[in-house]
Design a protein around this ligand. Structure first.
Ligand code: ME8
Length: 521
């Protein structure tokens, strides 16, 4: 069985997870489910990045020890992933012994082999991002990543000799043009960071102590990014007694990250791996950000939206549908209450829900719920729909294989639209009236066949809706698999349900928009 190792970033437990964090995780879960449907053995890792000054401060403010704080946050995170039915295989926390021991060892080794050396660091430090910047990197004297105040700081630090590996990484980029996705991000990293020459990276801190201590110099703690990035291998048992998973799954097939942390994943992480003599991950995909109408989500603006109330009110499938569809490949997307309600009412209720309802209603009315088999005499229009449908399947697979999830969803919805239009074009009620029963049978067959395909295509991200469609149409199990998408003529002697259940009940737009506004904090 082919293997696939997939990771999300490990998130900071500095605040409750919002829909941005949920997006990356839902995206990863969708990819996992798709890969499984295609016959892969998938290992999906997520987790939490629990060290660092900011976490220490947040805990202190809440009157807790950092450990208490991160324990509570980890519980909250796991609850959210449970609510979202995220099927991860491991949840790594950087405060776990299995991780800390390996990080100590990695730091030691890199020091011994001369990649890490002691020096002094002076620079502009952004506390929330836990990153130093040079004067020229600042934007209007503020942090170039988050726009907040920075502080001039100086401390004795260990440094990692990035320069030593820069040429090798440049060569790797040249030989592996699809290493970083999308291409625009790769070009950005290559032209703005790699080519002008890498600075050595500061990899320890003395200004706080909530972290992994450097074994040979314990007043230093390991800088959070060296600590964090290595989670992808420590979770597989790297340097532990049992490294079966490491042997089986490394290198990762895909690291999913947001665009904010592509620099760490695309440059520092491969260099750390080179220094450890390990193979590099196959691909890193940086997605865009979910934005709000007035810019980034932030508590101070009171525009943060959390997944829980949306899922509780509108269901998991609708929530995932919205976030996955709204975020085009590599681009930012926008969350608005109006947009959410519109997609719910139009895409889910009108387009998909009505298609199912109309189809089942007609089959019951015209043929007592029965669909016999692939018709002998298909009309040109029937054939056109069949061809259109074949084309969509091909396109959706290509999109999913290249992580263009939003495109895959739009393609699927264009099949839904085409099928709805087919009903209007063939006007089954007229065929019935005119007693053209063979033609009518053919139309019903094509409707059921396309609904079957649609249900399978949405399965990786809308499990419940997919199941409901397949159940209401009484599709046999062998025609519910991804492989069965390639067939179009296999349906035989179906009896659809007599009582179709509404997939998505239409929302009262004004009321629900208000409701969602009230969910924002
Ligand atoms: O950076 N839209 O953790 P973090 C989309 N601990 N995705 C978003 C988002 C938004 N508005 N906001 C956050 C860290 N994300 C480090 C990672 S990995 C070795 C260490 C997602 O909690 C997105 O995936 O700040 C982003 O990269 C990640 O959360 C940042 O999470």
């Amino acid at each position: 069985m082919p293997k696939f190792y997939l990771t999300t970033p490990i998130y900071y437990p500095s605040g409750k997870f919002h829909i941005g964090t949920a997006y990356t995780t839902a995206l990863a879960d969708t990819i996992k489910k798709y890969k499984q449907l295609r016959g892969y053995e998938v290992y999906f890792l997520t987790g939490m990045d629990e060290h660092g000054q900011k976490i220490q401060q947040v805990a202190e403010k809440a009157g807790k020890t950092p450990q208490q704080h991160v324990d509570e946050m980890a519980e909250g995170a796991k609850k959210l992933w449970e609510l979202m039915e995220i099927d991860y295989d491991d949840f790594i926390r950087t405060t776990e012994t299995r991780h800390e021991k390996a990080v100590e060892e990695i730091f030691d080794r890199l020091m011994e082999q001369g990649d890490i050396y002691l020096s002094e660091y002076e620079g502009w430090y952004c506390m929330p991002c836990e990153t130093y910047f040079t004067e020229t990197q600042l934007v209007d004297g503020k942090c170039p990543d988050c726009g907040r105040e920075v502080k001039k700081m100086k401390e004795e630090s260990y440094f990692f000799n990035m320069k030593k590996y820069a040429d090798r990484l440049i060569k790797f980029y040249e030989e592996n043009p699809n290493f970083i996705l999308p291409e625009s991000r790769k070009n950005e990293l290559f032209n703005n960071f790699l080519k002008p020459g890498l600075e050595d990276l500061c990899v320890s801190r003395t200004s706080f102590d909530w972290g992994v201590k450097v074994r040979k110099d314990p007043k230093h703690v390991v800088y959070v990014w060296l600590d964090a990035l290595t989670n992808y291998i420590t979770a597989l048992g790297y340097l532990s007694e049992d490294d079966t998973l490491m042997q089986k799954y490394w290198p990762a097939d895909l690291h999913l990250v947001g665009k904010d942390i592509i620099r760490f994943h695309g440059i520092y992480w491969p260099i750390f791996l080179m220094a450890l003599n390990l193979p590099l991950p196959k691909q890193i995909y940086a997605h865009g950000f979910i934005m709000m109408k007035d810019g980034k989500m932030s508590k101070s603006k009171g525009n943060v939206i959390y997944p829980e109330p949306l899922i509780e009110r509108y269901g998991l499938d609708a929530f995932k549908y919205f976030i996955l569809r709204e975020m085009s490949y590599g681009q930012d997307g926008t969350f608005t209450p109006e947009g959410f309600v519109e997609r719910f009412n139009f895409d889910l209720c009108n387009d998909l829900g009505n298609l199912l309802n109309r189809t089942i209603g007609m089959i019951n009315k015209y043929f007592n719920g029965k669909v016999e088999n692939y018709p002998n005499n298909c009309s040109n229009l029937d054939k056109e729909v069949e061809n259109f449908s074949n084309g969509i399947i091909h396109q959706v697979e290509e999109d999913l294989d290249t992580y263009h999830i939003s495109n895959a969803i739009s393609e699927t919805w264009s099949l839904i639209s085409r099928t709805n239009k087919y009903i209007d074009e063939t006007a089954p009620w007229v065929l019935y009236k005119e007693e053209k029963l063979d033609e009518l049978k053919s139309v019903m067959y094509h409707l059921v066949e396309n609904l079957r395909r649609i249900a399978i295509l949405i399965a990786p991200y809308m499990k419940y809706t997919s199941k409901k469609i397949l159940e209401q149409l009484s599709i046999p199990e062998n025609l519910q698999t991804w492989d069965s998408l390639s067939s179009y003529k296999e349906i035989k002697n179906l009896k659809v349900t007599e009582k179709p259940e509404v997939l998505f009940a239409r929302l009262e737009a004004d009321i629900e928009i208000e409701n969602i506004k009230n969910m924002m904090k």
